[in-house]
Ligand binder design. Sequence first.
Ligand code: GDP
Ligand code: MN
Length: 346
Amino acid sequence: ATGEPPEPLHRVEANNYDPDNPNSNRINATLLSLVRNEELSGILQSMHDLERTWNHKFNYPWMFFNDVPFTEEFKKATSAATKAKVYYHEIPKEHWEVPSWINHDLFVESANILQEQDVQYAHMLSYHQMCRWNSGLFYKHPALAEYRYYWRVEPKVHFFCDVDYDVFRYMEDHNKTYGFTINLYDSPQSISTLWPETMKFIAGHKGHLAENNAIEWLKDKDRRPDHNFKANGYSTCHFWSNFEIADMNFWRSKAYEDYFDHLDRAGGFFYERWGDAPVHSIALGLFEDKSKVHWFRDIGYQHIPFFNCPNSGKCKGCVTGRFTDGEAWLNKEDCRPNWFKYVGMD
Ligand code: GDP
Ligand code: MN
């Protein structure tokens, strides 16, 4: 556990990453962004950072997803921001619309209660739809059928450090399922019944538990015992999923499919505000070998208000070790030490 950046395999000079080369050294992977037309300037900012620090060397394609058609302006500007291939996809209606078993009046009533408890976006139906899509539907989009790995990119995020190896190939070569940069506690009120539902699911599907799982991490009580109590047994520590580099074979596995279906039927994407971050994190913690989750300490990243900023001469624009640009109390939201306590630093 040296904590050093991964060995720089597959350096640019030894490989051919020309955007149009069908036999390039790229593996089966894509950059993936769910985004709204109104967020054009924000996504351009994210693209510029990721192209400058990494993708101009590798030219992985960009795939944009939207619940409504992309405008010509959006397509033109994003295509001009990279020399890689760019694709635009609409989400099938049946993947986005609110499922038939969700009762609208109950959604509104529940949202009132969540709002009183200061849960953000409680009444914003599209936010709930987005969390559900990111949890269990994005990888079912026909355009992703042939793809295995993705790197999720949101508008208005920053990448600070030059990264000179093919991170997707790193995932494949090192048999990693999931890569993260930031680990945070969640608002327990947004997921009060997620852990109890998960326990119900496990009772009927013990065979899905991975041998070397991270359940002790999920149940950790040390740092925020109040969260364990309010989230009914879950520490709320999760991989912050606005950044994720992952292998879709995991989401496509029987274990995850069964789990997502169970959660979807339970209704918490709408009657509470279950996020894709805790859902993905709990699934990884239970159904995957914990050695297959990787901290990309070398990828300098910010999504307001949190940073991952390594100590390296390859980074520009972030302060080493800084965790938040907000108020000091936000430092308490960091739960990376909790993950390392159970899993180490690989
Ligand atoms: P936050 O980071 O939790 O505050 O949520 P965001 O507003 O950043 O949304 C998360 C991601 O989903 C971003 O990439 C948004 O662009 C995207 N997103 C959220 N809601 C919608 C929506 O209704 N339609 C589309 N197309 N994208 C959405
Ligand atoms: Mn965001």
